[in-house]
Design a protein around this ligand. Structure first.
Ligand code: ZN
Ligand code: ZN
Length: 251
């Protein structure tokens, strides 16, 4: 797939420091920026490139989050060209006779040699359980989700590589730590146990500080103390949402 310039570990170090300075989960910030660059590159530069279009058609377009990102980015013509192909292919699929008697819009995709399943497997997404009645986004093979996954792992690994560095650990603490989505991802994927222990210690300090700010925020919402005026705890509830869920659009 089209990708932005792959940052090397040296570049990633400075990108992480910059992202920490803007507050909030640095991996969310860098990953969202990388996915935005990817979507812009696809819709401006690669929209007529058969390799990219075939993958997007096979995936039945992007997932809900990344499809609507196209609108936010206002990449109208690129979206029209890509999604016209997606819609044409879906219409063909609906007309195809199938053994089961029902079309399978998000199945393996006979016309693409099972590309949807392969893309979904690459993104580490298991097939949804179709028997439990849950409604889930069937776009398991979303190419933008794959890009997101790739960048998340890249930046998480770079963060751990440098977390013993004094400048990085201070910047990380100043940002308020990782969101729970990325902390969980890091714990599940890394083998750097000493660096992980250091990061978790810093993360615990961040959580304690935010906890205390929330307590202060709640106290000042009591009419008896409302005259004191808010300090840094003013937006602690928004930072709490971010640390729990990640930045908007990260999942
Ligand atoms: Zn995050
Ligand atoms: Zn997606």
């Amino acid at each position: 797939m089209a990708r932005g310039v792959q940052p090397d570990k040296h570049t990633a170090y400075y990108e992480l420091l910059d992202a920490c300075a803007t507050s909030g989960c640095p991996v969310c910030a860098l990953t969202l920026a990388a996915v935005t660059s990817y979507l812009q590159a696809i819709t401006y530069e690669h929209v007529n490139d058969p390799e990219f279009r075939d993958a997007i058609v096979a995936a039945r377009g992007y997932c809900n989050t990344h499809s609507w990102r196209l609108r936010e980015l206002r990449v109208a013509l690129g979206t029209a060209l890509m999604y016209r192909d997606v819609i044409r292919d879906a219409a063909t699929e609906l007309a195809r006779p199938s053994a089961a008697g029902r079309p399978d819009l998000f199945g393996a995709g006979q016309g693409h040699g099972g590309m949807r399943d392969r893309l979904a497997a690459l993104a580490g997404r298991t097939a949804p359980d179709r028997g439990d009645g849950r409604i889930v986004d069937p776009h398991r093979a979303c190419p933008a989700c794959r890009e997101r996954e790739r960048y998340e792992l890249l930046y998480l690994e770079a963060l751990l590589d440098h977390i013993q560095d004094e400048r990085m650990s201070q910047a990380f603490g100043g940002a308020g730590g990782l969101c729970m989505v990325h902390l969980d991802r890091l714990i599940a994927t890394t083998r750097q146990s000493a660096a992980l222990a250091r990061l978790i210690a810093l993360q615990r300090e961040c959580l304690q500080r935010l906890h205390d700010e929330l307590t202060e925020f709640i106290r000042k919402n009591d009419y008896r103390f409302s005259g004191e005026g808010m300090g840094v705890e003013r937006d602690s509830w928004v930072r709490a949402v971010e640390i729990v869920a990640g930045k908007p659009g990260i999942r």
